[in-house]
Design a protein around this ligand. Structure first.
Ligand code: GAP
Length: 457
């Protein structure tokens, strides 16, 4: 709950918070970093795991018509000839004749180098796939590619999944995994990097029903971000114009988010029709047809593809959650992250380091971490510790004070409102579970009471 007008989020503040608090570091930083590659630190890895978990839950676990897959990153090189990536996955580049920097033609405003003003060469097509060699010999025959999208792993396994699960249309296959692109223009932190993670669905449907399913997935995916706390006004759908459609797409919309640098793609939803399955069927000489028991027809299904980025989602969730509030003389920085996404769900804070308090707090800590990622903090004043948790988005802090030793009650303090309740320790686990799944803070368990900071019992 934000009590004031939304603040304008600045990318530098997000980068600085991520660096300072251990969400995201530059890759191989001790060697000066590696351009547009990032490492997720102790909090970042939790945020990312939670995003993937929330996605998997929504698109696989809670649905009858979806199953999962985890295909390898390295695939038979013929995959990329068939998919069109060897020929079509290119950006036109122009090179500056004096400083030799290369520029994406789409990003250029004029005919000269944006850096030194030098003359540019004629554009040449540059393939974005990373190449490597399989086995000990580095020759043409051993070239393999790091996948530029996870989707192809799904298409080449279509028959395997069909045969082993006996799924009937419409059904989808979901996959989360790394993808690699030798992007020319990188930047904006984790928005565009060369190694990133995708969460992709290939939803197979009967031709003729594709339009209906396309619209269904647009709505479904937009709502997923809203349910996880992204403000509606920061999301929009943008239809691709004919000339920007990827080589495989009939129709495509981007879900765009209002990032600090402006509106940009968060997820793409494309109607790939029968392009991929037809290409792989032709290229492998294997039938990828589906047999419809009702109509007795054989056909190649159409595919609707909602394709999201884990890293871009993480950036959007962080930007949307970031907030600053006046706090006496200072500023309270906080992340209003949805509890499902918050890296740490609960912080256990003994009021002081006195032995008896620490023992009681450690016992609570040990119990709660069986259920959630919980942190324990006894350093500095309680106010400072609350602020530290606010800044990383921890929804609840549990404070154990001297009174707790007598009455076996503790205080739960909520991040956004800073409201507090006091409840019996024996009710703590169930109460936190209810609050983390959205129950109002002031719904109290037996023996609980509303509590103001600093108030005596
Ligand atoms: N299979 C379809 C496909 O890959 P895409 O629009 O190229 O479509 C899908 O990528 C999503 O993957 C994007 O919406 C974005 O979230 C993420 N993505 C793509 N390139 C990326 C990059 N260089 N860095 C970070 N995320 C990227």
């Amino acid at each position: 709950m934000v009590k004031h007008a939304p603040i304008k989020v600045d990318m530098e503040k997000i980068v600085s918070l991520c660096r300072r608090r251990g969400f995201i570091f530059p890759s191989s930083e001790i060697y000066g970093g590696l351009s547009s590659c990032w490492d997720y630190g102790p909090l970042g890895v939790e945020l990312k795991r939670n995003i993937k978990e929330a996605w998997w839950r929504a698109v696989v676990q809670e649905r009858d018509d979806m199953i999962g897959l985890d295909a390898s990153i390295l695939m038979h090189p013929q995959t990329w000839a068939a998919s069109g990536h060897l020929k079509g996955f290119t950006d036109p580049l122009a090179e500056c004749k004096s400083c030799h920097q290369r520029w994406r033609v789409d990003d250029l405003a004029g005919n000269s180098c944006p850096d030194c003003g030098g003359e540019l060469t004629e554009p040449r097509l540059f393939n974005l796939m990373f190449k490597t060699f399989m086995g000990p010999i580095e020759d043409e025959a051993s070239i393999v590619y790091l996948r530029p999208e996870t989707a192809q792993g799904i298409f080449v396994n279509f028959q395997n999944v069909l045969n082993t699960t006996r799924k009937r249309l419409p059904f989808g296959i979901a996959q989360i995994g790394k993808a690699f692109r030798n992007e020319i223009t990188t930047g904006n932190f984790i928005f565009r990097s060369r190694e990133f993670e995708q969460m992709e669905i290939e939803f197979f449907v009967k031709p003729g029903t594709d339009e209906e399913w396309f619209n269904y997935w647009l709505e479904e995916r937009l709502n997923w971000y809203i349910k996880l706390g992204i403000k509606k006004e920061n999301l929009k759908l943008r239809q691709h114009m004919k000339k920007e459609l990827a080589h495989y797409a009939r129709e495509c919309y981007d879900i765009e988010y209002l990032f600090p640098m402006g509106w940009a793609e968060l997820e793409g939803i494309a109607n790939r029709a029968d392009f991929d399955l037809t290409q792989h069927a032709n290229s492998s000489a294997k039938s990828l047809e589906y047999f419809d028991d009702e109509t007795k027809e054989h056909f190649i299904p159409y595919v609707i593809e909602p394709s999201a980025g884990v890293d871009r989602s993480a950036l959007a969730f962080l930007c949307d959650a970031y907030d600053e509030e006046p706090d006496k003389e200072e500023i309270r920085v906080l992340l209003h992250l949805h509890p499902a996404l918050a890296p740490i769900k609960v912080a256990v804070l003994p009021l002081s380091r006195r032995e008896k308090l620490v023992a009681a707090a450690k016992q609570i800590y040990a119990e709660l971490r069986q259920c959630w990622m919980v942190s324990y903090d006894d350093a500095q004043s309680i106010g400072r510790r609350y602020r530290r948790q606010d800044e990383i988005g921890t929804p609840f802090c549990v404070t154990i004070d001297f009174q707790s030793l007598e009455d076996e009650q503790v205080t739960i303090r909520e991040r956004d409102t800073m409201n507090q309740i006091r409840i019996p320790i024996k009710e703590l686990r169930t109460t936190l579970a209810a609050k983390l799944s959205g129950e109002e803070l002031f719904v109290l368990p037996p023996g609980g009471k509303i509590w103001k900071e600093g108030e005596s019992v």
